[in-house]
Design a protein around this ligand. Structure first.
Ligand code: HEC
Length: 209
């Protein structure tokens, strides 16, 4: 008996789907020289011009275009010595070069949570997830006498330059954020090391401390 048109179409469709699936699936771990079958090209490969390439579209026959007349480079902010290095001469700054506001500390906290907690932990005891998984790597607490004695300028320098086995964060964290983080580290030290009588009585009472 002849198959109906519908059934034949359906079989064709199934065969086409199976073929497509076969061409699209790759063997795990196998290497091959030929480029993968690429059904949907989107904008993966485009014609583009490279420097020095001739291009007849423009009158001068070049692909490279001259700078638009009158364009100037955007001015970079001029930072002072202390903003850049955390010190003046040999002396570390004991205050942030920008006003120490609540906003600065909040920003510092947010950035600290992103960049520093993996090793130093949220409270700065050095017991972050990296320390927990790599026990041989000694990450110090911020709350001993030695670390507490570091001024905000020195903490800024540690973030900027790195310290012993700790890498530099200069290229990942912009200057103003490095200062914000440094200020937050000092605040963190204050919270973890505050004497009971340094806390206002009403705060003690309202928190039940
Ligand atoms: C990948 C892990 C790691 C990250 C992330 C990290 N640190 Fe460290 N940090 C260390 C280690 C390890 C040391 C101890 C280095 C040593 O003394 O050998 C250290 C030391 C320090 C010290 C103490 C240096 C001293 O002895 O006075 C400060 C302050 C510090 N880090 C601040 C930060 C801040 C702020 C951030 C975030 C911007 C940060 N660290 C991110 C690993 C890290």
């Amino acid at each position: 008996m002849l198959k109906s048109h519908h059934t034949r179409h359906l079989l064709l469709l199934i065969a086409a789907t199976m073929l497509l699936a076969a061409t699209q699936s790759a063997c795990r771990g196998a290497t091959r020289k030929a480029p993968p079958v690429h059904i949907n090209w989107n904008m993966d490969n485009q014609k583009y011009l490279t420097a020095q390439e001739p291009f007849s579209f423009f009158e001068d026959g070049r692909a490279m275009r001259p700078r638009v007349e009158g364009t100037v480079r955007e001015a970079e902010p001029e930072y002072s010595e202390v903003e850049l290095t955390g010190r003046v001469g040999d002396t570390y700054a004991t205050e942030t070069p920008m006003p120490l506001t609540r906003d600065l500390l909040v920003r510092g906290q947010e950035r600290y949570e992103i960049f520093c907690t993996p090793c130093h932990s949220s409270v700065g005891d050095g017991n972050g997830i990296v320390r927990q998984r790599a026990m041989t790597w000694n990450v110090p607490t911020f709350h001993d006498e030695e670390r507490r004695s570091r001024s905000v300028g020195q903490v800024y320098e540690i973030i900027t330059e790195g310290f012993s086995t700790m890498p530099s964060y200069r290229s990942q964290v912009p200057l103003s954020d490095r200062w914000a983080i440094a200020a937050y580290v000092k605040a963190l030290q204050l919270t973890q090391g505050a004497a009971r009588d340094a806390v206002p009585a009403d705060v003690l009472q309202s928190n039940g401390w």
